[in-house]
Design a binder for this molecule. Structure first.
Ligand code: OSB
Ligand code: MG
Length: 368
């Protein structure tokens, strides 16, 4: 397949609800969309880098720069045997996984649409409905948290993750555990703690949590290994895992027992699949993370989530939790059994509302 032309768009959409984590609160979502054209077909990818460099060093602005000035020139005009080749064309650029992922994933969508098959068939998934969980931001009060969780459970979600930080950790987790004794419950710290907090975090150990996600520094594997040895709650890594090599190192050092896969953090579908396969070979379960994506990124996530080692519910929830309306029509919906259908058309299989994309676009660039 030949990539004839690439378009970049920067969009901003208001969130249905503000989202607060240990690194701050957001009321809207800034992100990029990448469109690759070839053979009369379009492929779409979403860049999950945020406006601020708090979750990761990348921002929407750095991704725009790296895409426009380096990655697009490596792929525009290129003849690829398949989308799997896109990653290899970009290896001269170090890091910038989110920028790479956006165009790499667009190439996968293009490849699948040109072949007329759903993306999951190219990725090696099974296309079956995906078990869905929710990620609930830090709330203004424990009562507000309980109400939020009740509303999500009424919608059918199979797992609840709450964001924690110092001052909002043991008490909210304990309150939820008392109210919902058998709930699949987990916490995500987004790197808010240090090893000196190990005894405090061990206070979570009697709450039967599925896992604690990324308790320590975003790039620290060694300290996670030391912490994991002191907790009975399984440690899951998110921010730290931005390459297959780091994941191997983390597993060798027993820094985590579970890994969250986000294709944006890994540089796209190919690297995510390699990470998935590595974890499968080590008996390590994975689940699909989320980055407050629009329906375009969310659809990619659903297809990837149907690979066999995604055995835990993902942060791949319904459109209406994030944007009203979403950029796709119909939006992604959750069924009462807590699963989400994988869109069945060619490629990512969703219909993009070009009028909504246009009205949310703040900046546009085209390679040709
Ligand atoms: O740490 O998983 C995270 C959102 C933005 C940045 C980082 C994270 C998250 C979420 C939200 O937890 C997941 C979602 O609902 O998309
Ligand atoms: Mg996380």
């Amino acid at each position: 397949m030949r990539i004839e032309k690439v378009e970049l768009r920067r969009l901003r959409l208001p969130l249905v609800r503000p989202f607060e984590t240990s690194f701050g609160r957001v009321d809207d979502r800034t992100f990029l969309l990448v469109t690759v054209h070839g053979g009369g077909v379009e492929g779409w990818g979403e860049c999950v880098a945020e406006a601020a460099p708090f979750y990761s060093a990348e921002t929407a602005a750095t991704a725009w720069h790296v895409l426009r000035d380096f990655l697009v020139p490596m792929l525009a005009g290129a003849e690829l045997s398949s989308a799997a080749e896109a990653w290899h064309r970009m290896t001269r650029v170090r890091g910038h996984q989110m920028a790479k992922a956006a165009i790499e994933m667009a190439a996968w969508d293009l490849d699948a649409r040109q072949r007329g098959v759903p993306l999951w068939t190219l990725l090696g998934g099974n296309g079956r409905p995906v078990a869905s969980g929710v990620s609930i931001g830090i709330q203004p009060s424990l009562d507000a948290l309980e109400a939020r969780v009740d509303a999500e459970l009424a919608d059918g979600y199979l797992r609840v993750k709450i964001k924690i930080k110092p001052g909002w950790d043991l008490e909210p987790a304990r309150r939820l555990r008392e109210r919902h004794p058998s709930l699949a419950l987990m916490v995500d710290a987004n790197a808010a703690y240090t090893l000196a907090d190990a005894d405090h975090l061990a206070g979570l150990d009697d709450l039967s949590l599925m896992m604690i996600e990324q308790p320590l520094e975003y790039d620290d594997v060694g300290k996670h290994a030391a912490l994991a040895a002191r907790l009975s709650t399984p440690v899951c890594l998110d921010e730290s895992i931005h390459s297959v090599g780091i994941a191997e190192d983390a597993l060798d050092r027993r820094a985590c027992r579970i890994i969250n896969i986000k294709p944006g953090r890994m540089g796209g579908h190919l690297q995510s699949r390699l990470l998935h396969d590595l974890c499968a070979s080590r008996g390590v379960p994975v689940w699909h993370g989320g980055m407050l994506e629009s329906g375009i990124g969310r659809a990619h996530n659903l297809h990837l989530s149907t690979l066999p080692n995604f055995t835990l519910p993902g942060d791949v929830a319904a459109s209406r939790r994030y944007f009203a309306p979403d950029l796709i029509e119909p939006g992604i919906d959750v069924r009462s059994d807590g699963t989400i259908d994988v869109p069945s058309g060619p490629g990512i299989g969703v219909a993009i509302e070009s009028g909504r994309v246009k009205s949310a676009t703040e900046e546009y660039w085209c390679s040709a």
